[in-house]
Write a protein that binds this ligand. Sequence first.
Ligand code: PBG
Length: 327
Amino acid sequence: MFFRGRRLRIRKEIRDLVKETVITPSDLVQPFFVVESDDPFFEKSIPSMPGQKQYGIKSLLEEIKKGISLGLSSIILFGIPKIKDDKASSAYDPDGIIQKAVKEIKDRFPELVVITDVCLCEYMSHGHCGIVKNGEILNDPTLEILAKTALSHAKAGSDMVAPSDMMDGRVKAIREVLDANGFENLPILSYSVKYASNFYGPFREAAQSAPSFGDRKSYQMDFRNKKEALREAKADLDEGADIIMVKPAMPYLDIIHMLNQSLEVPIAAYQVSGEYAMIKAASQNGWIDEKNVIFESLIAIKRAGASFVLTYFTLDILRMLNSEGNF
Ligand code: PBG
């Protein structure tokens, strides 16, 4: 027989030789939730995300230290402030939770890439990602607050800012403020292609950021659309984005693939809380093999074209890579 696909599948060493996709520690970004608490050693499990916790600053430092010993190279931070109001004041407070956490983390682990999520929903009393007036989420008045927030992260030592609010024009507003303040070399990882997804539920419990009325469909993308993804990504590149993110990841592999084919920038993907929760729940029930499903899901996202992946499985995968070297 001329073609036998099985020749190259016959044993592991040969399969490994011809593999097209790999996962390495530097492909992975671990998200962390950091809480402004009087107890710096605060720790609280997140019920819908088994294995994930909210941390006080000191307990987060301990967790990061363990991560680094496994090969952790990059994290993204989400803050849970003490005070929420209708102007998101705690988001750009120089002594806010993210600003303090970044300072302490970078002092202790200067090599670690610390990405900060720039959004207002965790800091707003109503849980929306922008200023609200008469039930409407206002775009342009929100830009200034986002830019102020990004600048405060940069001043605290953030290595990369990641706007996730989906207001139009926010990348430009952030780029201008950063450049005007001497941060022209700070990259923007834009959540350009962020769908109004039902897979964010567990995150909103973890970050205490669920909207108190309505939904996010007037600013996040309609998941029935694909062309719009290219339009959003190109607009963000024109405004100065350095990396384009697609979110969620596994149900959106077609989008990751399209953007990777069409654009000359790195594409990041966010394997979101609902994706994590589904895999955890099924494996806790003994319905799927957790380790192998985690691995396959990450490979699929990378194979589609993601340069790197934000995933709550990062520390689990690093542990697996350490104990087995390869899969
Ligand atoms: C903030 C933000 C959200 C996520 C990342 N940044 C929630 C949302 O848009 O409601 C979701 C991440 C996840 O589900 O893991 N806007």
